[in-house]
Design a protein around this ligand. Structure first.
Ligand code: FAD
Length: 514
């Protein structure tokens, strides 16, 4: 087995993983970045609405909005620290160093927009493809860093710990410590070990464990499952955010909240605007409220979807402000300059995850988690729109700075890892497809927008059985990307279901009808 030694191993190449890799490699540390697909394939690149940024921060007012959206469950310290750091990062990296193409006025000032539950305009954006603009500008810089080794189409399989994967038996007597990961090359199916002083999980959320989702194809909660398997603490796992407005054709293309921010209104199949009946903020109410209102209207009117009416905007404005959404809908047969967009909710963002402090530290030595897979309580029970890119960037830079200091100051013990062993037979693809589709539909139907004890206990039984079956099946075959994702999906789905079953109190994204 090939062994690669590094100072930092970064798993995932979204905004969090890429920014961490950029900062540490630029500071002279030897960094390895592994990613499931091409490095620009991630949820970060799909972001449409934008990223919050205040040149002269009013943190008190921002905290109020974040706390209101988060159901009062946000960790104030995390919000204040990440926003203060994040605004500096946006300016230093995204605006100045990477020169991201944000929309500006004719005078060159950054334009601001508003999304649901924001009390004022504080979101900067690049048309309706902000994530792509940020990721392409940042990743151009990554390619020039000589200390950085990028490994696309490689999946981390399991984390290395002193107690389980060291070739020195006596390491079991040391504190629980991570020293890298086994990594699968998806194309050759070879497995190598990457050892590191600091291992950083930046694997994003969990969207693909649900039948309908806006998330990128590789997002199955891998980091959360890997961390949990070695004893990391996970929190707030029941808080899964559903986006209210996803294009009903195909049920995966997001229709950004910024469209409602610019004045679009939700109407039912009879053409009636309905949000005033559900919340004083009407169409700009928090996402969980809007998603449930859509479900109620859909059921009340017996329709498959509701509609987003953009008739307050001119066709020219729509094409200029939302070119990506305009094209996506046109490809799906809907000209949004002339007719309303059919929309439904879909799984979108994960508010829970691997518990960390404000510098990305987990309860396992030398294992960090950043971005959407991590949870320090910033989002509480629900996420305020356009705060997640900022939170992911801030967690990356705070963690990178803390790691640079520690690596320069301390000595690290890195043993030789045990060889990777797995059988030669390839797994049956049909079995994998069937199991993954059971997980996705169980999560959608029983652990979805509206939950109850009976649905959740049914889900728990199905998933527990499947988890046991998959654990046995996994050991009998050569590891492939599909098998690895299936094993992680079963683990993460079960953790979410347990948390949802235990928590009987509705709050934010977790809604119990009983
Ligand atoms: C459609 C859409 C629109 C959004 N719009 C906005 C917005 O406007 N503003 C905002 O603030 N937020 C938005 N969000 C949320 C935001 O994009 C995410 O929260 C954020 O990008 C998460 O960044 P990340 O770096 O943590 O993860 P991601 O960007 O998801 O990156 C995760 C990375 O991990 C890799 N990976 C996963 N498993 C493994 C493994 N086992 N081994 C190796 N690599 C692995 C993936 O390939 C990927 O590269 C949106 C999300 C979606 C889906």
């Amino acid at each position: 087995m090939k062994i690669i030694n590094a100072d930092c191993l970064v798993i995932g190449s979204g905004i969090a993983g890429s920014l961490y890799a950029y900062i540490t490699a630029k500071a002279g540390l030897k960094c390895v970045l592994v990613s499931s697909a091409d490095i620009d394939v991630c949820n970060s690149a799909l972001a449409q609405g934008g990223i919050i940024y205040e040149k002269h921060p009013d943190l008190k007012n921002l905290l109020k909005d974040i706390q209101l959206a988060g159901g009062g469950k946000c960790n104030e310290k995390a919000v204040l620290s990440a926003c203060a750091e994040g605004f500096k990062d946006v300016e230093k990296y995204f605006i100045k160093e990477f020169n991201t193409d944000f929309n500006r006025s004719e005078e060159g000032e950054l334009l601001l927009t508003k999304e649901a539950a924001h009390s004022k305009k504080r979101i900067i954006f690049s048309k309706d493809t902000t994530g792509e603009a940020i990721i392409s500008a940042m990743q151009k810089k990554l390619k020039n860093l000589k200390n950085l080794k990028i490994m696309p189409h490689c999946n981390a399989i399991d984390l290395l710990t002193l107690s389980h994967n060291s070739t020195d038996y006596y390491d079991i007597y040391k504190p629980l410590t991570c020293f890298g990961a086994y990594v699968l090359n998806n194309k050759t199916l070879e497995v190598c070990a990457v050892t590191a002083k600091k291992t950083v999980l930046a694997t994003g959320g969990i969207g693909q464990i649900y039948k309908y989702t806006t998330n990128s194809p590789a997002i199955y909660g891998d980091g959360i499952a890997m961390a949990y398997r070695i004893g990391a603490r996970v929190i707030n796992m029941e808080y899964t955010q559903f986006h209210p407005t996803v294009f009903a054709k195909g049920r995966s293309a997001l229709i950004s909240e910024a469209v409602r921010g610019e004045g679009a209104v939700l109407i039912n199949k009879n053409g009636k605007a309905f949000m005033a009946e559900y919340h004083p903020l009407k169409d700009l109410a928090p996402r969980d409220v809007v998603s449930r209102a859509i479900e109620h209207e859909r059921l009340k009117t017996g329709a498959d979807c509701v509609y987003l009416d953009l008739s307050c905007m001119t066709g020219d404005f729509i094409k200029k402000r939302f070119p990506h959404i305009y094209k996506t809908c046109l490809d799906g047969g809907v000209d949004i300059t002339k007719e309303p967009i059919p929309v439904v909710p879909a799984m979108h963002y994960f508010c829970g995850g691997i518990f960390t402090d404000l510098n990305g530290r987990t309860n396992i030595l030398n294992l960090n988690a950043i971005g959407e897979c991590a949870c320090n309580g910033f989002h509480g029970a629900n996420r305020l729109a356009s705060t997640s890119l900022l939170e992911a960037a801030a967690s990356a830079s705070l963690t990178a700075k803390a790691d640079i200091k520690e690596i320069r100051k301390n000595k690290f013990y890195i043993p030789k890892p045990k060889d990777w062993k797995s059988p030669e037979a390839l797994p049956d693809k049909n079995l994998i497809l069937q199991d993954i589709s059971v997980i996705k539909s169980t999560m959608w139907n029983y652990v979805g927008l509206i939950r109850s004890a009976s649905r959740l206990s049914r889900a728990e039984k199905i998933l527990r059985h499947l988890h046991n079956e998959i654990s046995v099946f996994y050991k009998g075959y050569k590891i492939t990307e599909d098998l690895l994702k299936l094993r992680n999906a079963a683990q993460t789905a079960l953790l979410i279901t347990y948390a949802a079953l235990k928590n009987k109190q509705s709050c934010g994204t977790h809604y119990r009808e009983d």
